[in-house]
Design a protein around this ligand. Structure first.
Ligand code: ATP
Ligand code: MG
Length: 446
């Protein structure tokens, strides 16, 4: 029978690869918490109209990347392609935007029906941040400083660069759009097929094209900056001041527009050249019009999403994940003979006494020799030997697997002290009253 495989572009995360994810996730979680942001989780499936209305009908995502389907009940739904729309919906639905500001973060899988390749998947993961109710450039600055700190903490600060731009207001965009369309129509023959199609639907996005054949044409196109309103100009200048003062380097890229319709004013991307074509690791900006567009009161907002898989690729390639994130055991407890109950009891006791140690208790029987082989393979530096003799005597034998050092035999109730000294990181809990040797004895008797 043909075995069932995972869907194209959807990856399993296997144990050998999970340390990098755990490292990244715990670093990001504590960073967001450090800045006073709170977590929000929304469903992975939403009504398809939520995405059409927010992201925009003529964007790449809605036109050709939606992982959408009809349910048995006849509802048109889509797996979420990004996080912002769902967060806005949730905040509106639960009244979180009423006369209050929100600083929120999320982590979760996103889905886009794209052609799978390196750094581009159909199920991928994003961290994201959304801030509601604040319109000043200081908050744009805050989230950029937060991302800059993240790169420093992860050890990849010298591998990413920040590009920023301002899209102005919807009014200034409309004026620019008219001029742009006129210019591009005059040079229609020089546009590639994709851009010709976008000329009718999403002309601004043509500026974002990476086709080298159109480079000089786009270079000379009417620039958004020439149509920008004074307030947006001032907003952007102040953001630049904040970044300058904080020593965060950036490049103003007047052609950066981003692929989603809802952006206004600030847009930005953190890009790297260590990932080939899929070089954007984090993108975001201001979306002051979106809440209203989805039926809420006008609410300024700013946020970003970052691609976890791309960051994981970078972290692995650079080898910056600390070894301590690895999953080697500290202690392998063997159970030779009819001592399973005593072994489990001892392991439980040690886990209470030394909560930082990774302790695995042997299961499945077998000879002393075969159990020691497993202990060796586990990577643990210490093996504990518990056989019938030890249980009868209330002792445990400690073998050091990674160094020349004679084994120790200690009373079971002194084991935590020995492990504490050896690993130097145990925090014994207050004794419960029942000593280890006592509980081993009572468990072997029953
Ligand atoms: P790209 O230009 O690479 O297609 P995008 O503009 O579509 O990116 P956003 O919608 O801004 O991307 O999403 C934010 C981040 O999510 C991206 O910068 C990237 O790191 C990640 N990302 C987007 N699409 C994918 C995907 N299909 N697979 C893996 N990561 C992705
Ligand atoms: Mg894309």
């Amino acid at each position: 029978m043909k075995k069932i495989q995972s869907l194209r572009g959807m990856n399993d995360l296997l144990p050998a690869d999970s340390p990098t994810w755990q490292y990244l996730e715990s670093t990001v979680r504590s960073l967001f918490t450090q800045y006073g942001y709170r977590e929000v989780r929304t469903p992975v499936v939403e009504q398809i109209d939520l995405f059409k209305r927010s992201i925009g009908e003529v964007t790449d995502i809605v036109e050709k990347e939606m992982y959408a389907f009809e349910t048995l009940g006849g509802e048109q739904v889509s797996l979420r392609p990004e996080g912002t729309a769902g967060v806005v919906r949730a905040c509106e639905q639960h009244g979180l935007l009423h006369n209050q500001t929100q600083r929120l973060w999320y982590l979760g899988p996103m889905f886009r029906y794209e052609k799978p390749q390196k750094g581009r998947l159909r199920q991928f993961h994003q961290f994201g941040v959304e801030v509601f109710g604040l319109e000043g450039p200081d908050i744009d600055g805050e989230i950029l400083l937060m991302t800059a700190r993240l790169w420093r903490q992860l050890g990849i600060a010298d591998r990413v660069t920040l590009q920023i731009n301002s899209l102005g207001t919807p009014q200034s965009r409309a004026a620019h759009r008219a001029a742009l369309v006129e210019y591009l129509q005059q040079h229609r023959d020089q546009l590639d097929a994709d851009s010709q199609r976008r000329l009718e639907t999403n002309p601004l996005r043509i500026l974002d094209s990476k086709n080298p054949a159109m480079e000089s044409l786009l270079e000379a196109a009417p620039s958004l900056q020439d149509y920008m309103d004074d307030e947006s100009r001032e907003h952007f200048a102040r953001l630049c001041q904040i970044l300058d003062a904080a020593g965060v380097a950036y490049e103003v890229n007047p052609r950066l527009v981003r692929g989603l319709d809802y952006y206004s004013r600030t847009v930005f991307e953190w890009v790297t050249d260590s990932l080939g074509a899929q070089g954007t690791v984090c993108g975001g900006g201001r979306y002051d019009g979106l809440v209203e567009q989805l039926g809420g009161k006008p609410t300024p907002a700013v946020g970003f999403g970052m691609g976890v898989e791309r960051l994981v690729l970078m972290l692995d390639a650079l080898g910056v994940v600390p070894d301590s994130i690895g999953q080697n055991l500290d202690v392998y407890l063997t159970a030779v003979g009819d001592v399973q109950v005593a072994a489990l009891t001892l392991a439980e006791q040690l886990r209470s006494q030394c909560p930082d140690l990774r302790i695995q208790c042997h299961s499945g029987g077998g000879s002393f020799k075969s159990q020691m082989k497993k202990a060796d393979k586990s990577g643990a530096p210490v093996a504990l030997i518990l056989a019938e003799d030890e249980v009868a005597a209330g002792t445990v034998t400690v073998k050091y697997l990674r160094e020349e050092r004679p084994q120790d035999t200690v009373a079971a109730d002194q084991l935590d002290e020995l492990l504490n000294n050896y690993f130097g990181k145990c925090h014994p809990e207050p004794r419960s009253g029942v000593g280890i040797s006592q509980s081993i004895e009572s468990s072997t008797r029953s």
